[in-house]
Design a protein around this ligand. Structure first.
Ligand code: TRP
Length: 378
């Protein structure tokens, strides 16, 4: 990794710490979600999603403007995505859970870009594996319960015609030196990597391109994707489109502690296809704990729930915030022990995964209904 690039879309240095998020967001030029914006969201959406209240979605670009427009009757659409580089774990679903909430609350269309081309360019995954991950990842994402009428899954390799034709318009305005400085790419990197960001920009204006009038776009993403959209925001006005707005999240801490949950290390996360026994074993054996070394100490001094994987996972999956505060207090004060906290998380996780599994067959049967098709926007 280039020394001055702590976060790029493909790598996050493992020294990256919680305290650096605000600094990085500001360096990137994004704004922190403040009280005023939260109130605005509450007014328009009826509630502030817990991920915002927990500061997981913590920064934005032009979200205030986008909501102003919405108030005046300008509908926007949502755009997010996933690079199918492997099996999905819980952390991967967090942005999608949040996106679903936005879609439901604002009743808007959503494009989900599946960048199999990106993973082909950046990784050594075989084409057979890429195909498999693509299908499974889409199924995992859709089993969160997205509405087929308003959800458009764009697999890049299936939409190459459109992505190429619009991608070159973006590419024409991006220099190699920009890509090098924004992503930390080097002369020795393959040229596909230099071009790829153009492809990730296309869904940020595709609805405007299809319909012939400007439709605002809001992109939820984890902060490592910000360099792409910083470029989109520079280029799109040159093509006659509006800058996309964004809402930006932190990484979900991995099972073993800080940093990003990686797809390459089995013990780094809880996978959606882990069975109950595996989940329990992973939690008990690997989950980073904010508890004390001995029961006596834990009772006396209490835990630090903020850095505790089990607590954080429980909190993500439990919509009742009053319940979460109660558990927080009990764990912090030593009434709950680490093992008990892990069991609470275990129950939440297995319940959540059961719900996803119960929807998979229906989603699989109706997969075609979600397929991206320009005509669905006309
Ligand atoms: N590049 C992203 C990844 O590797 C996938 C992606 C494409 C994406 N378009 C996006 C993510 C828009 C967030 C928002 O996972």
């Amino acid at each position: 990794m280039a020394d001055d690039h702590e976060i790029t879309p493909w790598e996050v240095s493992n020294t990256f710490q919680e305290a650096q998020y605000e600094k990085i967001a500001k360096e990137f030029g994004a704004k922190i979600i403040d009280e005023g914006l939260r109130e605005e969201i509450k007014y328009l959406a009826g509630e502030v999603h817990r991920f915002i209240q927990y500061d997981i979605f913590f920064a934005h670009r032009d979200l205030d403007q986008l909501l102003d427009g919405y108030k005046k009757g300008r509908k926007f659409y949502l755009y997010t995505g996933r690079g199918p580089s492997g099996k999905m774990h819980l952390g991967h679903l967090i942005p999608f859970m949040f996106t679903k909430w936005l879609q439901d609350r604002f009743d808007v269309d959503l494009i989900i870009q599946i960048t199999d081309d990106e993973k082909y360019i950046f990784r050594d995954t075989s084409e057979a594996d890429l195909k498999k991950y693509t299908q499974n990842n889409i199924l995992d994402i859709l089993s969160l319960g997205f509405k087929p009428e308003k959800t458009h899954v764009m697999i890049d390799s299936d939409n190459s015609n459109l992505l190429y034709n619009y991608g070159i318009r973006v590419a024409k305005h991006i220099t190699a030196s920009t890509v090098k400085s924004v992503f930390g790419l080097k002369d020795s990197d393959n040229i596909g990597k230099f071009f790829f960001t153009s492809i990730q920009s296309v869904p940020a204006f595709i609805v405007s391109a299809i319909t012939g009038h400007n439709v605002p776009c809001l992109i939820p993403y984890a902060i490592d994707q910000d360099p792409h959209f910083k470029i989109s925001r520079d280029i799109l006005p040159k093509l006659g489109y509006e800058k996309p707005a964004s809402i930006i999240s932190k990484f979900i801490p991995s099972l073993k502690g800080s940093g990003k949950m990686s797809s390459s290390d089995e013990t780094s996360g809880i996978y959606l296809d882990d069975d109950n026994k595996t989940i329990k074993r992973k939690l008990m054996k690997y989950a980073f704990s904010g508890g004390r070394d001995t029961m006596e100490e834990q009772r006396r001094l209490g835990a630090n729930p903020d850095i505790d994987f089990a607590f954080n996972t429980y909190r993500m999956l439990e919509p009742d915030m009053t319940k979460v505060s109660k558990i927080y207090e009990e764990y912090r004060s030593g009434h709950i022990l680490s093992g008990e906290m892990k069991m609470l998380a275990y129950e939440k996780i297995t319940e959540f995964l059961e719900t996803l599994n119960s929807r998979r067959d229906a989603v699989l049967k109706n997969m075609d209904d979600y397929r991206f098709n320009p005509e669905r926007f006309l």
